[in-house]
Write a protein that binds this ligand. Structure first.
Ligand code: COA
Length: 328
C-alpha cells in the first residue's frame, strides 16, 4: 500500500470574536461559569453573508498554498460538515466551484459531526491508497452559529464557527503520513446530541421554528461521559493496534469541545497536558473544523516536527468517535 501523506494545512476563523462576557449580556451565564466548566473564553462568529463554503474556501486556499499546489491539482474533495450552505447540493460542490477545482474531481460531503474530519481523512486516505485518485482536499468546516439556540445557555456558550483543511497525496516513502485509524459509532445514543427538526422525518413547521427545534439540542452531562469514554477507547485501541506507547506520541490533537474532556483523556493515557494541543479557549467547539484548525495551528506554531508521531482523536454527534495516527 502506498503511504498517504499530508502535504499542507490551512485554517480560517471569522473575524468577529464573541466573548463570554458578550454572551452574559444575552443569557444568564458568566465568564467564570463558562471558563471553569469548559475552558472556553471566546469563539468566532461568521460575518453577515459569510457562508460555510466561503470559510471552507479560505482554509483550502491556505492549505493548497502550504502544499505548493493549486486547485487544478485536486481530483478528490471531501467536506466534513453538519452545517452545509444548503440541504442540497453538497457543500463540497459549492466549494469546488468557488475554488476552481476541475470538473473531473469527485466532490462530496461527509456528516460525522465533530468526528467528521477524522472520518473524512480515513475515507480520503483509503481512496488515495486505491490508486484511483492522486491529490485530495479534506476540509472540516462549520457555521454552527446558524444552528445554535441563542436563548439556550446550556448550548450557546459552547460552539463557534471556523474551518480547517489539509491537502493529502501519495508518497513512495514508507512509514510516513497516515498510519491508521479507528472509527466507531454509538447510534443508540443519537438523541443525546441532535437537531430534532428540519430533516425528512420531521420537516420544520412555523411552530417548530418558533420553538427553535431546528437548533442543536444536547444532554450535556451524558454526552460528557460518553465523549471521555469514546475518545479514550479510540485512542487506546489505535495505540494497541499499532504497538505504540502513549509516551511515543509527540502531540495529541484532540477534538476541542471542553478542556475538562481533554484533561480526562490526558489522565487516562497518563500523558502530561503539554502533549495535548489546546485552542478551545479561543474557538470553542467548532465541530468538524476543530481538529484541522488545531492541526494547522500546531504545525504553524512549530509544535509538530518532521518524524513526530501525532494522534488525532475525536468525538461527536451520532454519536461518533475516531482516532488517527499520523507520522510527519
Ligand atoms: N451558565 C450558567 N449556568 C449554566 C449554564 C451556563 N451557560 N449552562 C448550564 N448551567 C447550569 C445548569 O442549568 C445547572 O443548573 P441546576 O443545577 O440549577 O440545574 C448547572 O449549571 C450545572 O449544570 P450541569 O449540566 O451539571 O453542568 P456540567 O458540569 O455538566 O457542565 C457542560 C455542562 C455542558 C459544560 C458539560 O456537560 C459538557 O461539557 N458536556 C459535553 C458537551 C460537549 O462537549 N458536547 C459536544 C461533544 S462533541
Amino acid at each position: 500500500m502506498p503511504s498517504t501523506v499530508i502535504l499542507g494545512t490551512g485554517s480560517y476563523a471569522p473575524e468577529r470574536v464573541l466573548t463570554n462576557d458578550d454572551l452574559a449580556r444575552t443569557v444568564e451565564t458568566s465568564d467564570e461559569w463558562i471558563r471553569t466548566r469548559t475552558g472556553i473564553r471566546e469563539r468566532r462568529i461568521a460575518g453577515p453573508g459569510e457562508n460555510t463554503s466561503d470559510m471552507a474556501v479560505q482554509a483550502a486556499q491556505r492549505a493548497l498554498a502550504d502544499a505548493g499546489l493549486t486547485p487544478a491539482d485536486i481530483d478528490l474533495l471531501v467536506v466534513a460538515t453538519i452545517t452545509p450552505d444548503l440541504p442540497m447540493p453538497a457543500c463540497a460542490c459549492l466549494v469546488q466551484a468557488k475554488l476552481g477545482v476541475p470538473t473531473a474531481a469527485a466532490c462530496f460531503d461527509l456528516n460525522a459531526a465533530c468526528s467528521g474530519f477524522v472520518f473524512a481523512l480515513d475515507t480520503v486516505c483509503a481512496m488515495l491508497a486505491s490508486g484511483r485518485y492522486k491529490k485530495a482536499l479534506v476540509i472540516g468546516v462549520e457555521k454552527l452559529s446558524a444552528v445554535i439556540d441563542w436563548q439556550d445557555r446550556t448550548t450557546c456558550v459552547l460552539f463557534g464557527d471556523g474551518a480547517g483543511a489539509v491537502v493529502v497525496g501519495v508518497s513512495p516513502e514508507e512509514g510516513r503520513g497516515f498510519i491508521g485509524s479507528r472509527l466507531g459509532t454509538m447510534g443508540e445514543s443519537a438523541d443525546l446530541l441532535c437537531i430534532p427538526r428540519g430533516g425528512s422525518a420531521a420537516p420544520s413547521t412555523a411552530e417548530s421554528i418558533a420553538a427553535r427545534d431546528h437548533c442543536i439540542r444536547m444532554k450535556g452531562k451524558e454526552v460528557f461521559k460518553l465523549a471521555v469514554r469514546g475518545m479514550d477507547d479510540a485512542a487506546r485501541d489505535i495505540l494497541e493496534q499499532h504497538r505504540v506507547r502513549p509516551d511515543q506520541i509527540a502531540l495529541v490533537i484532540p477534538h476541542q469541545a471542553n478542556l475538562r474532556i481533554i484533561e480526562a483523556i490526558a489522565a487516562y493515557l497518563e500523558l502530561p497536558m503539554d502533549r495535548f494541543f489546546v485552542n478551545v479557549d479561543r474557538y470553542g467547539n467548532t465541530s468538524a473544523a476543530s481538529i484541522p484548525l488545531a492541526l494547522d495551528e500546531a504545525r504553524k506554531s512549530g509544535r509538530i516536527k518532521p518524524g513526530d508521531l501525532t494522534l488525532l482523536v475525536a468525538f461527536g454527534a451520532g454519536l461518533t468517535y475516531g482516532s488517527a495516527l499520523v507520522r510527519w
